[in-house]
Write a protein that binds this ligand. Structure first.
Ligand code: BTN
Length: 264
């Protein structure tokens, strides 16, 4: 895979590493971060042997077809609590990058799945490292996985109908380099925007979040509850009316949305 990025523009660090195979770009970049790599350092792999998703799940990372990218973000004097919604910001940046590269209008399933035609085409795994001497964030690894040129048959049977790719949904093969470039640009922009320019992320998030206005199942480590997704609050929390009649806002956890990912 050959990426043609030569210029990341003003304020953007030119620091991108391309690998053919790695266990996980997040794991690899974490090691570079511990060794002092600068903010903006980006690692892109053609394939991962142990790609990780949220909640300890595997992220299928077959060669030549997807994008597996990790981006290092260093922000000064920010507490982990104030970064809790960063992953939602990233989903907007990823959506913007997909529009710029391919002209495809994806949606977001709360909190940060990238969705096309009611199927998941990508996800984001953000990992925060804390400096325990100050209690502040020392660095953040933003990991992005996107299914670009996969055929339906590339997905295991149990994922067909739940996961898909841009190619499988549109019949068009896409240039991965182009999207990598746009992703890095969008993340460079986000690193300047965060946390002050929240409206530029909150407004498109609300407009494109498919979870809203749908029946949902909220899955926590202890139980499951049914409800209806009403709105996104100013911290990207999901405001829900539970079937019990109670209203609540959730800030983390898994939500299934009726009508999406084969959930009927
Ligand atoms: C999810 O959907 O649960 C998140 C998936 C995140 C996958 C990406 S691929 C690049 C980076 N490296 C990893 O091991 N995971 C993330």
């Amino acid at each position: 895979m050959c990426y043609g990025i030569t210029n990341r523009g003003e304020n953007m660090a030119f620091n991108i590493e391309y690998l053919d195979t790695i266990d996980s770009t997040n794991n690899y970049l974490k090691k570079l971060a511990e060794d002092g790599a600068p903010s903006g350092k980006t690692v892109v792999a053609n394939c991962q042997t142990a790609g990780r998703g949220r909640r300890g799940r595997e992220f299928m990372s077959i060669p030549d077809k997807g994008i597996y990218l990790s981006y290092l973000l260093r922000i000064n004097d920010v507490s982990p609590k104030n970064c809790a919604n960063l992953t939602a910001w990233v989903s907007v940046a990823v959506r913007n990058a997909i529009i710029s590269a391919y002209g495809i209008d994806t949606q977001i399933k709360w909190v940060n799945d990238i969705v096309l035609n009611r199927k998941k085409v990508g996800g984001i795994l953000t990992e925060i490292s804390v400096d325990y001497s100050t209690g502040n964030v020392s660095y953040i690894i933003i990991g992005i996985g996107l299914n670009v040129n996969h055929s339906v048959s590339d997905f295991p049977e149990e994922l067909q109908g739940i996961a898909s790719s841009f190619y499988a949904e549109t019949g068009v093969m896409y240039d991965r380099t182009l999207l990598c470039e746009e992703l890095i640009r969008a993340l460079d922009r986000l690193s300047l925007d965060f946390p002050s320019a929240i409206e530029s992320y909150l407004v498109p998030y609300r407009e494109n979040c498919i979870t809203l206005g749908n029946k949902i199942r909220i899955i926590t480590p202890v139980d499951e509850k049914m409800g209806f997704a009403l709105s996104i609050d100013d911290s990207f929390g999901l405001y829900v009316k539970l079937d019990s009649g109670e209203h609540t806002t959730i800030y983390s956890g898994d939500v299934s949305v009726r009508g999406y990912y084969g959930y009927v």
